[in-house]
Design a protein around this ligand. Structure first.
Ligand code: KG4
Ligand code: ZN
Length: 360
């Protein structure tokens, strides 16, 4: 029994440390997010232009206690109120994963609590049903198609009951990764994806169209060709005298022709997503589409997906912005579902894995 009014048993503690965010959350049996605390490591990695794995693990170790404390304090309970423990087991940086997973394992074992070693993407897949503002999660349908766009993944899944099957993946760069790399070339600070998105708002994609990978009728994604195209265009503009290094303290931060290129890049990246959804929908129509992952915060994607879905009478569930980036509420929510399915893991046997298939 949870001793907190308004919350339903079991109270799940979620722990997520797969990359550079140290996250702890408390989610109840109705999928209500009682607290979701995330400590970002942006400031420590920024001087290096990207995540340094060794530093990330050390930061998780140093910060997790404060992050867990914050989540518990928000609910007004102590560790003794926790009834189920869930931690991410992969994929991700193995040193980072080990911190959160080992903590979860030790805590569950010592307190003899049910334990769930959760696949990071399973967390993202169900996150669109989480609600902000302390409301219970909406009921998750039996069947739907899930699109996860993040820094490490651009994946389409088919969910049917208890099974999650991969339909397509990226063959090279992930959607968010391509934004990060182009942003790095533009001299933008880490994490570059959101900055590139912001700068794209200032340009006009129609003035500098970039091709979108065709690939016949295939469903796989590929972003490295687009990234190279954008980089080559940038070099051409530079050779013609344009400044290609952003000055964030100036307005506009880049010359108009470079902003148009950034907008053209984003437009093409988003069109590739819509194109793959079209192909899949034509091949095997689906009624519900769930979109999640850090890059699901992309403004253009959030504008165009509702139009795409409405035109095909597809019900769209876009992850709330609060749960788009890595967080522990989605990990705890995946455990709520696993509890309902009667699936649990042995805390002494769970292993962290940097690469991990979703059904594994
Ligand atoms: O899910 P997430 O927090 O971590 C991973 O599991 O990868 O996603 C982070 C990724 C980064 O590549 C980041 O640059 C990208 O999502 N991202 C964006 C935007 N916001 C975050 N990419 C494009 N547009 C955005 N607005
Ligand atoms: Zn993620």
């Amino acid at each position: 029994m949870v001793a907190v009014p308004g919350l339903r048993s079991p109270l799940v503690l979620g722990i997520e440390t797969s990359c550079d965010d140290t996250a702890c959350a408390l989610v109840d049996g109705d999928g209500r997010v009682a607290a979701s605390a995330v400590s970002s490591q942006i400031a420590v990695h920024r001087p290096f232009g990207g995540v340094v794995p060794e530093i990330a693990s050390r930061e998780h170790l140093a910060n997790w206690r404060a992050v867990a404390g914050e989540a518990l304090a928000r609910v007004g309970v102590g560790f003794e109120a926790v009834e189920v423990v869930a931690a991410t087991r992969g994929p991700g940086l193995v040193g980072s994963l080990l911190v959160g997973l080992s903590l979860g394992r030790a805590f569950a074992w010592a307190r003899e609590l049910p334990f769930h070693a959760v696949h990071h993407l399973e967390g993202h897949v169900f996150s669109p049903w989480l609600a902000e503002g302390g409301a219970p999660a909406a009921p998750v349908p039996e069947r739907f198609v899930a699109l996860v766009v993040s820094g490490g993944h651009t994946s389409l899944f088919r969910v049917a009951g208890a099974t999650i099957a991969t339909i397509a993946e990226t063959r090279d760069d992930a959607f968010g990764e391509a934004f990060d790399k182009l942003g790095k070339r533009l001299g933008l600070p880490y994490p570059q994806g959101p900055e590139v998105d912001r700068l794209a708002e200032l340009g006009d994609a129609r003035r500098r169209r970039l091709p979108r990978l065709a690939g016949g009728d295939e469903l796989f994604f590929s972003y490295s060709g687009l990234k190279t195209q954008a980089t080559l265009e940038l070099e051409r503009l530079e050779a013609a005298g344009a400044r290609a290094t952003a000055r964030l303290d100036e307005e506009p931060p880049l010359p108009a022709e470079v902003l148009d290129l950034v907008a053209g890049f984003r437009d093409s990246a988003v069109r590739q997503v819509l194109d793959r959804l079209d192909r899949l929908h034509r091949r095997e129509p689906f009624a519900i589409l769930a979109v999640s992952g850090g890059a699901a915060a992309n403004r253009e994607l959030r504008r165009r997906l509702p139009e795409w879905a409405a035109a095909r009478a597809v019900e769209l569930r876009l992850v709330p912005l609060a749960y788009a980036g890595d967080n522990a509420a989605m990990i705890a929510f995946a455990a709520v579902r696993r509890e309902r399915l009667g699936r649990r893991d042995d805390p002494l046997a769970a292993v962290a894995a940097s690469r991990l298939a979703i059904g594994a």
